[in-house]
Design a protein around this ligand. Structure first.
Ligand code: SF4
Ligand code: SF4
Length: 147
């Protein structure tokens, strides 16, 4: 499908009477992201590994906070990149502005994980080996088991 929008302009080319959204294909309506607990142990990283086992998910870190990002187009985004429920759109959409939006964003994050393998490799570099932890836990249990 051809882009029904006008040729993309930079923010500083925008005339006072124009709206940036008229040059955009609805980038902010094609995903959502939610803050998640910052991972500290193997269980936390295992949960993130599970998130990333799903298609079209990413996990990123911004200003020290971890987020789950799901690349999923809103069902109300129309073919000409407008909101199909504009007058009744959710509060989060009504409060969103073009000021800091991703119109010209480069999607550069402090950290970005796109696959289970990536997050696991990161966890392995950060945490004590799982096997050693498991052995330690087992040895601590032994006196109880043997008593
Ligand atoms: S708010 Fe920004 S990202 Fe969303 S449609 Fe408008 S210009 Fe595009
Ligand atoms: S409800 Fe409208 S403004 Fe909100 S994400 Fe969907 S298309 Fe975009």
């Amino acid at each position: 499908m051809s882009n029904p929008r006008r040729k993309k302009v930079s923010r500083d080319q925008l005339k006072p009477s124009e709206c940036l959204c008229d040059y955009c294909t609805g980038k902010c309506c094609r995903y959502f992201s939610l803050p998640i607990d910052n991972p500290t142990d193997w269980d936390d990283f295992d949960a993130i590994r599970w998130y990333l086992a799903h298609e079209r998910t990413m996990v990123y870190v911004d200003k020290g906070q971890w987020y789950l990002l799901v690349m999923s187009r809103c069902k109300h985004l129309t073919g000409d990149y407008r909101c199909g429920i504009y007058l009744n759109r959710p509060k989060i959409c009504r409060e969103y502005t073009t000021v800091d939006c991703e119109y010209d964003g480069q999607w550069i994050f402090e950290r970005l994980f796109e696959s289970p393998e990536q997050i696991w490799e990161y966890a392995e570099a950060l945490l004590p080996p799982r096997r050693r932890l498991a052995a330690k836990a087992a040895s601590e249990l032994l006196p109880i088991v043997n008593s």
